[in-house]
Design a protein around this ligand. Structure first.
Ligand code: SAH
Length: 292
């Protein structure tokens, strides 16, 4: 693996427009990286990312030129990636989870916009989706996102806390399942406490809550607890907190938010009294006689 904080700009030009791929690497294990993302990493001349994420995919980066930077250097990282791609190189920017969810993707757009970039200009842009923490964490605890849900980041570095508070309040009132990203860090401790107080105005203390740490990584841990007691558990940087809606239940250790079938059908598939059956237009679902 070759590394250089200042990428070598004498690399051969490979395409006149250059290619900038922005790729989510999923929660942290190889099996959950999309094949297209693996492809974009494999074909890259240069891989750019926050050092923690570079470490997660280190084994895929043998002989790659890498620009890795710290957490607060995102703008420099986006700038470097765009400039290198403009030279005709294939540059792949990696973010954890999905790059479009609190990741590098919107920041790259910000820098491109500043440059007056348009779709047909250099570099060519390709965005590859990834499995975001909310999906990864949900899969480890059951089906908590079975009905309407939202994601809220508790990081108030770039967003005023008042605005985050308001979103928590409205989401809690509207009965969304809430996925809390960036719930706490060494310095960010008060926000999750306030979030709990706001949600508790609308939901009972027994509302199921899942705390998922380092999903699909070595240090993975999951706890299913409730709105009253979830603050008793360790919540840190690599944790996502999933707060159930008023409909969410715990079933044999799984957290499940029903889609609503039981309001309309019996579990034998019969329509309940007073309910209209749904009509299927899918020919596969229509009864077909064996001899037809
Ligand atoms: N782009 C990422 C989110 C980056 S914000 C994504 O789509 O997942 C960083 C936050 O994501 C963390 O504070 C944590 O809340 C959550 N997160 C990222 N990876 C995680 C993992 N493996 N397990 C649990 N939470 C994770």
């Amino acid at each position: 693996m070759s590394e250089s904080p200042q990428p070598d700009s004498d690399q051969p030009i490979q395409s006149s427009r250059g290619l900038l791929s922005i790729v989510g690497i999923g929660p942290g294990c190889d099996g959950l990286i999309a094949p297209q993302a693996l492809g974009a990493i494999a074909e890259a001349d240069l891989v750019v990312g926050y050092s923690t994420y570079i470490k997660l995919v280190k084994h895929l980066l043998k002989d790659k030129c890498i620009v890795r930077t710290g957490m607060t250097e995102e703008i420099a990282r986006a700038r470097a990636a765009i400039d290198e791609a403009r030279k005709g190189r294939k540059v792949t920017v990696i973010s954890s989870g999905d790059a479009g969810v609190y990741g590098m993707c919107s920041l790259v757009f910000g820098v491109l916009q500043e440059d007056g970039w348009t779709r047909d200009a250099s570099p060519e842009l390709r965005i590859v989706p990834g499995i975001s923490a909310i999906n990864a964490c949900a899969s480890l605890v059951g089906a908590p996102l079975g009905h309407d849900f939202c994601a809220i980041s508790l990081s108030d570095l770039l967003t005023p806390w008042q605005s985050i508070r308001k979103k928590i309040d409205r989401a809690a009132d509207a009965d969304f399942v809430i996925g809390l990203y960036n719930p706490a860090s060494g310095r960010r401790q008060r926000q999750i406490v306030e979030a709990q107080e706001i949600i508790a105005k609308y939901r009972s203390g027994t509302t199921p809550v899942a705390i998922v740490k380092s999903a699909y990584r070595k240090q993975q841990s999951t706890v299913i607890c409730n709105l009253d007691n979830f603050l008793d558990y360790e919540i840190g940087m690599n944790t996502t907190v999933l707060v159930g809606s008023t409909q969410t239940i715990v079933y044999d250790g799984f957290m499940v938010t029903p889609r609503g079938y039981a309001n309309k059908y019996t579990w034998e598939g019969e329509v309940l009294e007073g309910q209209q059956p749904a009509r299927s237009l899918n020919p596969d679902m229509l009864p077909v006689r064996e001899d037809s």
